[in-house]
Design a protein around this ligand. Structure first.
Ligand code: IMP
Length: 449
């Protein structure tokens, strides 16, 4: 058995939840390692749809231990609501544990998120407004409140006594907003702390023990590579580390213990919020993808920007995450186009760029995509049972994505349900990923780019 990290390859919303759920059925432990309620994972099981913001999707398997690890930003109100909703639907949540080191998203973080965005005006990032950025600001400034504090009323009071005057000074003097009252804040947090305290523990010890014991462990990424605060398209990024390396930082599991890294990529590309997006389609084709793919945010309901698949970014994601396999999703959404385009390179000022300009991301501005056009495939592929039964054009598209990424495709998805997942004929079943050799792609094919 082994440790598998699942990451998004572009700007988020790649449907990682579906693949984490598939692997989660065979996993002993599922760990979320970063981000907070800015995430939204949708999982469809039979006729039931579950929308997760904080809780790892592994919770749907009653035998799986689920950890919310050090790197997360937890909003206790949203967490308790999510737990209540799951319990009400008959999902046991007793196997959930929360890191004492995870940071707590508080009222003032959400206020500051909104105030800072409004102050930026046209330069706003388009955050999810969930207070996640300001929470990570406090983490880096060492003024954050952690779950271990929330679980200990005396410590929480002492920490807030130290931090709140500074927050109130910012709220009142910079933003002309009302100050927060310490006692009211403590009163609001008390029942949440009491409810969550029994779950708060040293998740890094639990994660390390599981990995050392050779259990099947899935690291559930939130957001995606291009939203990573260091690797992504700064400043239009989130404030955490969604890349595979973040799975180590965010959990206390060392890099030497990670066996496989799966990148989840949609058959097209989307982005929410501001920032350059070379393959964005501002015409009816983008609109068609948005409507057919229900490309509206799980967390905010915002329409997502849609465009053709950008494999310049995909190759960058393969390099920076060390991808050993990719899962290509949403093939059904692209169905019905007479032809589909795939971006293989950028061009700028007469120069061709094969590699993503990560050294200076401002170089991305003005990059024009260079497209390869491929035949489309007909609609109605949602009930195809085997990869070989997909229309040849759809199979060819998946193979081309594989070639351009230089990473084998281990799964392809034709709809949100578990049974709408196809494994290419020369690939082993998903559970084999847990026993694959460390850092080596599964299956016979290591495609040459
Ligand atoms: P924040 O994470 O709310 O601070 O937002 C920063 C940027 O990341 C914005 O452009 C958001 O739209 C984007 N973002 C954050 N979480 C997600 C996600 O789960 N999917 C897609 N975009 C996200």
């Amino acid at each position: 058995m082994g440790a598998v990290v699942v990451v998004g390859t572009h700007w988020g919303d790649e449907a990682k939840g579906k693949f984490v759920d598939l692997l989660g059925q065979d996993a002993d432990v599922v760990i979320r390692y970063g981000g907070g309620p800015n995430a939204g994972h949708t999982v469809v099981v039979d006729d039931q749809t579950y929308k997760f913001h904080l809780v790892p999707c592994g919770i749907l398997n009653p035998k799986t231990l689920c950890l919310m690890a050090d790197g997360m930003a937890l909003d206790p109100e949203i967490l308790v609501k999510e737990l209540d909703e799951l319990e009400a639907r008959g999902i046991r949540t007793a196997n959930l544990r929360l890191s004492a080191n995870a940071h707590v998203v508080l009222t003032y973080h959400k206020q500051l998120d909104a105030l800072e965005e409004a102050a930026k005006g046209e330069r706003a990032l388009g955050t999810t407004g969930r207070g996640v950025g300001p929470c990570y600001v406090d983490k880096a400034a060492r003024t954050g409140i952690r779950m271990g504090d929330l679980a200990n009323p005396q410590r929480l009071k002492e920490r807030l006594e130290a931090v709140l005057p500074q927050k109130n000074a910012v709220l009142t003097k910079i933003y002309d907003a009302a100050p927060l009252d310490l006692n009211a804040l403590l009163e609001q947090l008390r029942p949440l702390g009491e409810r969550l305290a029994p779950l708060v523990t040293d998740t890094s010890a639990l994660a390390s023990e599981a990995v050392a014991a050779g259990k099947a462990v899935v690291f559930e990424g939130a957001q995606a590579t291009m939203l990573d605060i260091d690797t992504g398209t700064y400043p239009y990024v989130t404030s955490s580390h969604p890349v595979a390396g973040g799975a180590c930082i965010g959990t206390g599991v060392p890099p030497t213990k990670i066996d496989q890294v799966l990148g989840v990529v949609k058959a097209y590309t989307t982005r929410v919020g501001a920032g350059t997006f070379p393959t964005e389609l501002l015409d009816e084709r983008g609109e068609r993808i948005r409507e057919r793919g229900h490309e509206y945010g799980t967390t905010t309901g915002r329409p997502r920007r849609c465009g053709w698949l950008d494999t310049v970014v995909l190759r960058f994601a393969a390099r920076t995450n060390g991808l050993t396999g990719i899962c290509v999703g949403h093939l059904d959404v692209l169905a019905g186009f007479p032809t589909v385009s795939i971006c293989t390179m950028y061009q700028k000022n007469g120069h061709l760029l094969r590699d993503f300009p990560a050294g200076d991301v401002s170089l991305l501005d003005g990059c024009e995509p260079v497209y390869e056009e491929m035949p489309g495939w007909p609609e109605g592929i949602g009930n195809v049972a085997r990869f070989e039964e997909l229309p040849p054009a759809a199979q060819a598209y998946v193979r081309r994505v594989e070639e351009l990424a230089g990473v084998p495709v281990v799964m392809a998805s034709i709809g949100p349900r578990r049974d709408q997942t196809l494994v290419p004929p020369d690939m082993p079943p998903p559970r084999a990923l847990f026993s694959a050799p460390r850092g080596v792609p599964v299956g016979p094919r290591v495609p040459a780019r």
